[in-house]
Design a protein around this ligand. Structure first.
Ligand code: SAH
Length: 248
């Protein structure tokens, strides 16, 4: 089944952009996923093809009109029935790897890209749209956010990644950051690869990696660590303390 992406944008020429090369580009060529762009301006109704207007209440910038956006969303929805509509906005719920996995397992996505000051808020009351943020930063438009989100979905589609297993052990999949990697040369500028990784003892290597994933998450991402502990601390998993004391 093809994962179908539709991107609603004022700048369709930004696509496929980076998604046209490497893994995503090959998968696009092979039909693993498809991409439609919808020019939001095509849904303007006046002769100047206006998509925005000044903010009610005053202030800087311009706001995308709800009526124009709704017409574009309705059009995309008719072409991609069953695909969720996601609007890119810093006001949205931060995207997670778990949500990316759900999306990648579905029929596709319709992504609405903002520009200027963003969207007339009434679009979110008038249409079923999930507001999504790609992080606590402000971009100049939703297009790079859409590319990010699609890239994360596409690499999970069956057949896209070389080694099928490489998606499972990565950062966030277990609620932890991934352990660090090393490769040859064994010694570089006086620094060597940790001995255990050269031991050939798979059980020891797995234990070392698990420990590093936990330590690094605790130090670098206390937010993730707290959540991970919360989940594992629930009655269903009693093994937590044994693991934690091991190798400290
Ligand atoms: N005035 C808005 C920012 C608008 S930035 C505010 O302060 O919330 C212009 C557009 O860029 C947004 O409409 C959105 O589509 C996109 N954008 C900016 N930052 C983003 C983020 N962190 N995640 C997703 N989209 C973002």
């Amino acid at each position: 089944m093809t994962f179908s992406a539709a991107v609603l944008t004022l700048y369709p020429e930004m696509f496929p952009g980076p998604l046209g090369v490497s893994l995503a580009g090959r998968a696009l060529g092979e039909g693993t996923w498809s991409l439609d762009t919808v020019q939001i301006r095509d849904f303007a109704t006046d002769k100047h093809r206006t998509v925005d207007d000044t903010p009610a209440g005053g202030g800087a910038g311009m706001v995308l009109r709800a009526d124009v956006l709704a017409a574009a969303v309705d059009h995309a929805r008719a072409l991609h029935p069953g695909a969720p509509v996601l609007a890119m906005t810093p006001r949205g719920r931060p995207i997670t790897q778990a949500r990316i996995r759900e999306l990648a397992a579905g029929p596709g996505v319709i992504i609405l890209c903002g520009r200027f000051e963003g969207f007339d808020e009434r679009i979110f009351a008038g249409r079923a749209i999930e507001e999504v943020s790609v992080g606590d930063i402000v971009l100049s438009g939703g297009e790079p956010a859409a590319i990010m989100l699609l890239d994360a979905c596409i690499r999970l589609l069956p057949g896209v990644m070389g080694a099928a297993s490489s998606g499972c052990e990565e950062s966030f999949e277990e609620g932890l950051l991934e352990y660090p990697h090393f490769t040859r040369p064994v010694e570089w500028e006086g620094r060597t690869i940790p001995e255990v990784l050269r031991s050939g003892d798979h059980a020891k290597i797995a234990a070392w990696r698990k420990q590093r994933a936990e330590d690094d998450t605790r130090l670098r991402r206390p937010d993730l660590w707290e959540r991970h502990r919360g989940v594992r601390g629930q009655p269903a998993s009693g093994a937590r303390h044994d693991n934690e004391e091991q190798g400290q």
